[in-house]
Design a protein around this ligand. Structure first.
Ligand SMILES: [Zn+2]
Length: 419
């Protein structure tokens, strides 16, 4: 039987007719050059950009579906590098049932996409709720951003990455992915990879929202962190480490971790190390305002509020110093600490604390794509890239807050908002 003929004929029968979209707008922002151009036209076929230029350069091909946004500026869909879609500020403690967390994630995924975020990196979810959510979005069952997910974080017993936060000790409950020593850490990484994660999340200091942990105190040894990084890198995955305190940040950099989350206490030596190693910083400098104003009514314990008071101002100073030093910084907001969908509010704080508008846009697009290792697919609008396109009224290079009101969202060539 000529089996080798069958796949070809099956593909031919099942192939969908090519979907061609011709998109025009008033202007376009290119995050790579930081420049604005008028009258752009983009040709999209089967979800990918196949031509881009000025509308005067190339007209709409016959049969193409036309979308015109005559009073709007288009740019690549934004990327938030630090979210937890399966939890919310008011639901963190109650949603302990895995199935409930996935449903929370369905609602949050939609809000995030509609806010102009076509890609997110989800850095920490209980069990594998993030994988279920990612797959449901990828299968087209529910609307949401393209997700890169870590599964349950890998870390030390009783540390920030342990999921027993808020549990009394008499429960004798250990975090689901905690371990001791390099080989056990490697085993946890392997387990996460077995279940289909896209990256590994670890923690190298205490955190604001974990009971009894100290922000400045390192967690895990360099040896343990190195085992996590090496194991992940060998399998082609990147590693994000939660780290507030200086020593924990340095340990993560020394271990070869790819992105530092929060990065609150940075001194000159640490900034030099980060730069030398090409590490990306993901600094959540918006959510402190939300936690300090709404945390109490949302049931955040005083211990966490106190830690947030200690860290908020220092983190913003560190952010300014990192920008001055030209460190690679991505937009990472820690959505879940504040309501999903407000992600773009952090952009104005990034401008307030040292970036220009073009740098902030870049942090949310092409630099984030680079940190994900997906800079050949997303983060800019160019031939061959995914048609992840958003539009706003006005020009975000003049006013960064325009990105808080995204009026059009397309992901992989499909329009979700604005038509
Ligand atoms: Zn987080």
């Amino acid at each position: 039987m000529a089996l080798w003929f069958s796949p070809l004929s099956v593909i031919a029968q099942d192939a969908k007719p090519p979907q061609t979209v011709y998109l025009t707008a008033k202007g376009i922002v290119d995050p790579v050059t930081g420049l604005y151009s008028q009258n752009p036209a983009i040709l999209i076929e089967n979800g990918r950009i196949t031509n881009i230029g000025s509308a005067t350069q190339f007209p709409a091909p016959a049969g193409a579906t036309k979308i015109d946004l005559p009073d709007q500026t288009i740019m690549p869909g934004m990327i938030d590098m630090h979210v937890h879609l399966t939890s919310s500020p008011t639901a963190r403690r109650q949603n302990r049932l895995e199935q409930r967390e996935v449903i929370t994630g369905v609602a949050n995924a939609r809000k995030t996409l509609m806010a102009g975020f076509t890609t997110v990196r989800n850095v920490g979810a209980a069990r594998y709720s993030d994988i279920a959510l990612r797959n449901a979005i990828a299968d087209g069952d529910i609307p949401g951003p393209r997700m890169y997910v870590s599964g349950p974080p890998v870390g030390i017993i009783g540390g920030h990455c342990s999921d027993d936060t808020y549990s009394p000790p008499e429960d004798n409950k250990y975090g689901e992915n905690v371990a001791t020593g390099p080989w056990e850490m490697r085993a946890r990484v392997r387990k996460n990879i077995k279940y289909g994660v896209d990256l590994i999340k670890t923690c190298s200091t205490g955190g604001v929202f974990s009971k009894g942990t100290v922000l400045g105190a390192p967690q895990g040894t360099v040896e343990e962190l190195k085992a996590i990084a090496d194991e992940a890198h060998a399998r082609g995955l990147k590693v994000a480490s939660h780290a507030h305190g200086t020593i924990g940040i340095q340990n993560a950099v020394e271990a070869g971790i790819d992105t530092i989350e929060h990065a609150s206490f940075l001194d000159d030596k640490t900034i030099r190390m980060i730069k030398k190693n090409g590490v990306f910083l993901s600094m959540d400098i918006y959510n402190t305002e939300y936690t300090l104003s709404k945390g109490k009514e949302n049931g955040v314990p005083e211990e966490s509020l106190q830690k947030e008071r200690e860290v908020g101002t220092v983190q913003r100073e560190s952010f300014s110093n990192a920008v001055k030093a030209n460190v690679k910084i991505v937009l990472g907001t820690d959505a879940a600490i504040y309501p999903h969908g407000d992600n773009a509010k952090q952009l104005s704080r990034m401008v307030e604390f040292g970036m220009n508008n073009a740098q902030a846009i870049s942090a949310a697009t092409n630099v984030a794509a680079q940190a994900l290792g997906k800079d050949d697919l997303i983060g800019r609008l160019a031939i061959g890239y995914s048609a992840d396109i958003i539009a706003v009224k006005g020009n975000p290079l003049d006013d960064i807050t325009t990105l808080e009101e995204v009026s059009f969202v397309m992901k992989e060539g499909k329009v979700y908002k604005g038509q």
